[in-house]
Design a protein around this ligand. Structure first.
Ligand code: PHE
Length: 454
């Protein structure tokens, strides 16, 4: 089966490196540096880390490969990929689900990315006060309350929109290829700094010593959601990116490299945050504000804290931007390919809709603080629904579709550069896609809905 090739006028990533760099660019973002530590903090540290790594390897990597196969094999947006592979059945609904999920994610993501931008500019102009721990804390409280989140969310969304409109995503990607290694180096430097904190041992024990009695259904659901969120899975993002891969890209290798680098960044972030949490007497269970409350304490103690802070938030802002660009690409490629819109119209519609969702989230941090739906504000609700429900469902559908539905020869040909290379993992991969991934996701769902006997 040779569907939709060659790449009828669509972009193709030039090299193998470009494919890895862009998928890592999408995967590495706030999910690793902001979301991972707070989820790990809420769900018991080490136990969460183990579950997260197990899901990333056993569910994440196979689903990532499945998305790659579907994307590159069809050279289509998420809806088109399902439709080309099986025009007779309504599998393409999974594509709609992915588009909705990606918009919800963008909704709350833009708020947090707005904080990073605000922090970056404030520290650049010396307006962040690092004179004491309390100053850092109250500053964060001020920056994230009232109308400020709304303003910074709009500013961030406009940056995302402007880049997409001007079609300079390539430039941003190139820039991030240079800057992401820098972010990595900075994280390593902060880790070394952690070594000298009084709470180092306690923090490290919290993160790396699993207390298995802490594994509850919500730990499992949280870890599964984090694996999907961090690897940008289940929404068609990786599928869309893979549709721009060249024929030479090695799908299995790219998937594994992405997962390893992505998890490494998350772990580094944990090594920075938790020793600081315990050193400064903070609580690891603070939730979404954790990282932003802890970091000022770290910068306060470093010589030239303002410079470190500017650099760090600048890199985090860029990392968020490469992730939001990839999220927007899902709906933009859908609108322009399936609905035959011009790219600019598609971009405006997609960004306009997500801005509305972001505003709901930003307001729920400030003026609408007390508004709650199912016990959560918009921000937490969007995160929960997208990461813990829609993404795993999207991943499950993709896994079942690839494992059971698609012609095995098609899968083999995608993984072996039509028969020119060996791919020894084909049988285990199919086995995982058919059984392990759907079953794991299903059991975690069942478990967290309280239907499993205990
Ligand atoms: N993986 C990104 C992160 O960790 C978030 C993301 C989710 C990006 C879904 C694209 C699609 O920040």
């Amino acid at each position: 089966m040779n569907i939709g090739k060659p790449n009828g006028g669509r972009a193709v990533f030039g090299s193998r490196f470009a494919a890895i760099a862009t998928t890592v660019g999408s995967a590495v973002g706030l999910g690793n540096i902001w979301r991972f530590p707070y989820e790990a903090g809420v769900h018991g540290g080490g136990a969460f880390l183990i579950c997260y790594l197990a899901f990333a390897l056993m569910v994440g990597v196979p689903v990532l490969i499945a998305e790659f196969i579907m994307g590159r094999g069809t050279r289509s947006n998420v809806l088109g990929a399902y439709r080309k592979l099986d025009p007779a059945h309504p599998w393409y609904w999974a594509g709609y689900l992915g588009i909705v999920a990606s918009m919800l994610i963008l909704g709350f993501y833009a708020v947090v990315a707005g904080w990073t931008l605000e922090y970056c500019l404030e520290s650049l102009f010396g307006m962040l006060d690092f004179s004491s721990e309390e100053a850092g804390h109250s500053q964060f409280m001020m920056l994230t309350s009232g109308w400020r989140p709304v303003i910074w969310t709009i500013i961030f969304s406009l940056c995302n929109f402007a880049i997409l409109m001007r079609g300079v995503t390539k430039g941003i990607e190139r820039l991030s290829n240079i800057l992401m290694p820098l972010l990595f180096i900075l994280l390593v430097i902060f880790c070394v700094h952690s070594l000298f904190l009084p709470g180092f041992t306690e923090g490290i024990n919290f993160l790396f010593r699993p207390d298995f009695s802490k594994i509850t259904p919500s730990t499992l659901l949280g870890a599964l959601g984090q694996a999907f969120f961090s690897l940008s899975l289940g929404v068609g993002c990786m599928m869309t990116y893979a549709s721009y891969f060249s024929d030479k890209t090695r799908l299995g290798q790219t998937a594994l490299t992405t997962m390893i680098l992505d998890s490494l960044v998350a772990i580094l972030s944990g090594v920075i945050i938790f020793p600081a949490v315990f050193s400064y007497g903070l609580s690891p269970t603070a939730g979404p504000t954790l990282v932003f409350e802890v970091l000022p304490n770290i910068f306060y103690r470093m010589t030239a804290g303002g410079i470190w802070s500017t650099l760090f938030f600048l890199l985090l802002f860029l990392a968020s931007l490469t992730s939001t660009l990839s999220m927007s690409e899902i709906s933009i490629s859908f609108l322009s390919e399936e609905k035959k819109m011009g790219r600019k119209t598609a971009t405006s519609i997609s960004c306009g809709l997500t801005l509305l969702l972001s505003l709901l989230c930003a307001l729920s941090m400030g003026p609408w603080k007390d508004l709650s739906i199912f016990g959560m504000n918009f921000f937490n609700l969007f995160d929960y629904v997208a990461s813990n429900i829609l993404m795993p469902i999207g991943g499950m559908v993709c896994s079942i579709f690839t494992g059971w539905w698609i012609d095995r020869r098609f899968i083999k040909s995608e993984l072996t550069d039509p028969g020119t290379r060996r791919f020894i993992w084909l049988k285990p991969l199919i086995f995982f896609l058919r059984w392990i991934c759907p079953a794991a996701i299903f059991i975690v769902f069942l478990d967290s809905s309280g239907l499993l006997p205990r």
